[in-house]
Design a protein around this ligand. Structure first.
Ligand code: AP5
Ligand code: MG
Ligand code: ZN
Length: 216
């Protein structure tokens, strides 16, 4: 039995990263996330593409999508190396969806459904461990000691795009570009819709059940 190929969809702050970490632990899959990959390469020189900005970081700090040429390449390489994966943050528009379809098959497509006001609260209160990437929330999931990671003791930081202004812009960009991707998979009849406003443990119970029902 090979490891499942999972796609997790949802707006910024829906809980994709939070649930992906649990999927990695439970199913032994690779976490393939364009957001983390791009954050690790924010200063990469993409001036040869002759587009609006010369680095991924400039798009990210504006809440805009990084050009398809850049993200498609990241995903292709990561998926080639993975034995089972949870893909998080991609595809984000129609052209990325077509590209993904041309390079792999999926076993499960999850969608975490969360209301806009809740998304903003989650994003502006998020804190991330700079060492292990674990995610906390100042109100909804506070670490035992403020500013310190429960899992590894690392320092927690706030993402540069988690200001209220940029968070709202990211949600707008999502509505315009990525909500149609959700519709596409819904029309295909493969979307596992999950109420993402439950507690993290309740969401996880639904996520796990959906993967177990679809992957074998
Ligand atoms: P990316 O890093 O993918 O950000 P995003 O899609 O905006 O999603 P987030 O990581 O903000 O949210 P999440 O769903 O992972 O939520 P989390 O689990 O952390 O992308 C960043 C940028 O990179 C983009 O804006 C773009 O510029 C670029 N980019 C990335 N991919 C790209 C692509 N394919 N094409 C082009 N550009 C791309 O949870 C959020 C918070 O809520 C946390 O604090 C958490 O503790 C809390 N929380 C989680 N679950 C719950 C719950 N059930 N109840 C209460 N609180 C909860
Ligand atoms: Mg994330
Ligand atoms: Zn940590």
């Amino acid at each position: 039995m090979s490891n499942p190929r999972i796609l997790i969809l949802g707006a910024p702050g829906a809980g994709k990263g939070t649930q992906s970490r649990r999927l990695v632990e439970e199913f032994g899959v690779e976490h393939v996330t364009t957001g983390d990959a791009l954050r690790a390469n924010k200063g990469m020189d993409i001036s040869h593409l002759d587009l609006e900005y010369d680095t991924p970081g400039e798009y990210m700090d504006a809440g805009e999508l990084v050009p398809d040429e850049v993200v498609n390449e990241i995903v292709k390489t990561a998926l080639e190396e993975a034995d089972g994966f949870v893909l998080d943050g991609y595809p984000r528009n129609e052209s990325q969806t077509e590209y993904l379809d041309s390079i792999t098959d999926l076993d499960v497509v999850l969608y975490l459904d969360v209301d806009d006001d809740e998304l903003v609260r989650r994003l502006t209160g998020r804190r991330v461990c700079e060492d292990c990437g674990a995610t906390f929330h100042v109100d909804f999931d506070p670490p035992e000691e403020e500013g310190v990671c429960d899992e590894c003791g690392g320092d927690l930081y706030q993402r540069e795009d988690d200001t209220e202004e940029t968070a709202r812009e990211r949600i707008n960009v999502y509505e315009e570009n990525t909500a149609p991707v959700v519709e596409y998979f819904r029309d295909e009849g493969v979307l596992e819709e999950i109420d993402g406003e439950q507690t993290p443990d309740e969401v996880w119970a639904d996520v796990k059940a959906a993967v177990e029902a679809n992957a074998n």
